[in-house]
Design a protein around this ligand. Structure first.
Ligand SMILES: *Cc1c(COP(=O)(O)O)cnc(C)c1O
Length: 371
């Protein structure tokens, strides 16, 4: 057991007996999907927990992103960040929308509002920012630009479960926000996702779109099948029971990392932001090779040699993948901050049951590598 590899994350699983209770109920009712009992319960419970008005559950986050763009009938060009998981841009491509990449801010690693305006063209219809690592985007500045130019805002909030600013869920901003409940996320339903919206009519249309476009037996839109099933919803209900404890444990782990690594020359950590309730979904550090004396890749390899597997997240940038590197906005040199951060970033393992001795070991290896 001692030398089991430590991965960047490990899904939280509730006691198996508790899941079996739900399974028994599903077996008895024989209702497996299509807005079942647990699906309805989870939507209600999530609205309450997250502090949002309307939520539609999905089979995964990527289909939620794709459907959100359908719901708002987004076309043409959409301004987005290259510093994200590739699904953000894939969702645009699957809707025949041209992604336009814009550089990020160095402090939050989120889309830089000051660089958005220069990228707007007559074809621009929306902005799709990401709350990277759960750190809120500059919501006010983005909203102001969207209002001035008549653009929609769709937040990829896949990392931002439970994140609040001034005690308000950041999912309440923009036209729509998308969550992912993938196994690697803070809150998971094996696979899963959701769209958060602000009015009932929009929620109804999204519910139609995820179920083949059905509304009372009639097909009213060109829908897809992206429904969450009852097993997923049951897992979600159980996760909710433990989520506050899980986030608290993550917070303690993040605080330990910060304490240990903050004063090392060449290592930067992101401190908590005032007035933000974080969910500590990731723990990224930046390694400046001049100051630290070793590259990110060297530190990554050194940790891997000790069976500790961080993740170069996000490297390469989405704009550097062969699929997207031919786009005008993907040209090397256009996004210097994102390009630099992608070379320096390393996400260290963080999950509720990692154990403090592992954190100490990781910090020790990093310190011993300093030149
Ligand atoms: C996980 C993730 C997604 C995709 O969600 P899935 O549920 O895996 O489809 C999209 N965007 C970001 C930023 C993610 O981290």
């Amino acid at each position: 057991m001692k030398n089991k590899p430590i991965l960047v994350t490990q899904p939280f699983l509730p006691p198996l007996e508790e899941f079996q209770e739900y399974l028994k109920e599903i077996w008895d009712s024989k209702w497996l999907t299509n807005n079942g009992k647990f699906h309805q319960e989870l939507e209600k419970a999530l609205c309450e927990y997250l502090g949002v008005k309307y939520i539609s559950l999905f089979s995964n986050g990527t289909l939620a992103l794709i459907t959100a763009l359908q719901e708002l009938k987004i076309t043409g060009e959409v301004i987005t960040t290259p510093f994200s998981f590739v699904a953000t841009t894939h969702a645009l491509w699957w809707n025949n929308i041209k992604p336009v990449f814009v550089d990020i801010e160095s402090k939050t690693m989120n889309l830089d509002p000051e660089k958005i305006e220069a990228a707007i063209t007559p074809k621009t219809t929306a902005i799709m920012p990401v709350h990277v690592y759960g750190n809120p985007c500059n919501i006010d500045a983005i909203q102001k630009i969207a209002k001035t130019y008549g653009l929609k805002v769709i937040y990829d909030a896949a990392h931002a479960f439970g994140v609040k600013k001034n005690n308000i869920s950041i999912l309440n901003y923009g036209d729509l926000s998308i969550l992912s409940f993938h196994a690697t996320k803070v809150f998971h339903t094996f696979e899963g996702g959701a769209i958060v919206c602000h009015d009932e009519l929009t929620k109804n249309r999204i519910d139609n779109l995820k179920n083949f476009g059905f509304e009372n037996g009639e097909v009213v839109s060109p829908g897809i099948n992206a429904k969450m099933n009852e097993l997923q919803a049951a897992m979600g209900l159980l996760q909710l029971k433990y989520i506050d404890t899980a986030i608290l444990k993550r917070k303690e782990i993040a605080e330990t990392y910060i304490r240990e690594l903050k004063n090392i020359n060449g290592i930067s950590v992101i401190d908590d932001i005032a007035d933000v309730r974080h969910s500590y979904s990731y723990f990224p550090i930046l390694i400046d090779k001049e100051e630290f004396g070793k590259t990110r890749d060297e530190v990554f390899n050194e940790l891997a040699a000790h069976q500790i597997h961080g993740r170069k997240y996000f490297y390469p940038l989405i704009s550097q993948f062969p699929t997207y590197k031919g786009l005008d906005s993907a040209r090397p040199g256009l996004m210097p901050i994102a390009e630099k951060i992608a070379e320096e970033v390393l996400c260290l393992p963080i999950f509720p049951d990692i154990g403090f001795e592992i954190i100490q070991k990781i910090c020790k290896i990093i310190k011993e590598n300093k030149q």
